[in-house]
Write a protein that binds this ligand. Sequence first.
Ligand code: PLP
Length: 439
Amino acid sequence: MSFPKERNGLPEHGGAPLYTALVRHGERGRASFHTPGHKGSPAALPHGLMSLDFTELPDTDSLYDASGPILKAERKAAALFGTARTCFSAGGCTLCIQAMLRLAAPHGGKILCSRVIHRSAVNAMALLGLEPVWALPGGVAEAASRPGFAAVYVTTPDYYGRLMDLGPVAAACRAHGVPLLVDCAHGAHLMFTQPVLHPLRFGASITADSAHKTLGVLTGGAWLNVGDARYAAGAKRAMALFGSTSPSYPVLASLDLAREWLQAHPGAYPPLQKKVEEIRAFASSRGIGLPKGPCDPTRITLNTASVGLTGVQAAQRLRNAGIEPEYADAAYVVLIATPFNTDGDFARLKAALAELPVGAPLSAEPELPPLPPVAAGLREAVLAESEPVPLSAAAGRIAAEAACPCPPGVPVVMPGERITREAVRFLRRYGIPGINVLK
Ligand SMILES: Cc1ncc(COP(=O)(O)O)c(C=O)c1O
């Protein structure tokens, strides 16, 4: 679905650069294969939501002290997800991640973290004084079998749509009575696919779901889904610790509407999954690579390096053909498809893929270097004074920020780690010029 034409009837305000850029972007009419999941479709949300931009009033309830319509709406969402408690966020999944970590480890401690992690979680751990212990995604289950963690934190699906095998991780967490926290920013819709692939069904204790990314929700709308009843009572307080006291009511209302839409359209996902499968098969028939292993059945992730194009080059060609992808890197283009994409969008995408030139594959991704040694605490590294240095001067220094070349989308260096020569060599291959280090 390209954003509807009415948006193009918006008045001109030449002195407002951001507004003007948004209007111009809408006028290009590209098929949206990016967030937000509503794709501008009136089937997802009424365009008049601005008229509902109220604040906390006796009629409208209060997000962090909910006892009226917000509480009712949250309870309906909890019933849909089968949770002990679901809290609305107008501050994105970031707010849910902050709250999730606070809930699970209120007194600090070590968090076993998969290295595939969004910076919001790294920052939240720094603010909360939590100590991450890193494991590569394939090693989380084994690491979780060791005692001593306050929680285990993983991201699934990842940005490319790859799904982690949560069963063994959940079993290890259960054995130690440790909560399994899942950043499910890209997977809110997985409760509605066939089969159901949502982490709550595979033993997650709490998930943070960025509803706006893949469902018919305004940007910023997310759910904190508390599956484990032990964490239900404290969930709101944990959200209030970080959340704005002025949440957007249109965003909150869009979460309520999306939940209603999902209940009214129980068969929405299989037809979408079929369209995505067709696009994947077509791409594959042209030599374009697809991620290996279990994947979100609605995500279109194309390895165009296998036909000689970087993801960034391929994305530009797609843009020229009227398709706006979600993300592109050195090898992949990622497209987010939702039930609000039209058949016309898929036809346009297929035609654009048919026009991509097919050449010799680009060189394969280099092997990830071993995880560097930890030299400073995360909180110290994130909050201390830092300075930028070129890569040539980085070896031996302590990183103040993560360096995450994509692919593979796994940080080679995290804040607090001593930068190794292997890490420098790896980063150089991606053309990364420098990094912030502790002074
Ligand atoms: C894996 C992951 N987690 C968390 C977030 C943060 O979500 P939000 O933008 O809804 O705050 C993102 C955003 O891109 C993400 O990709």
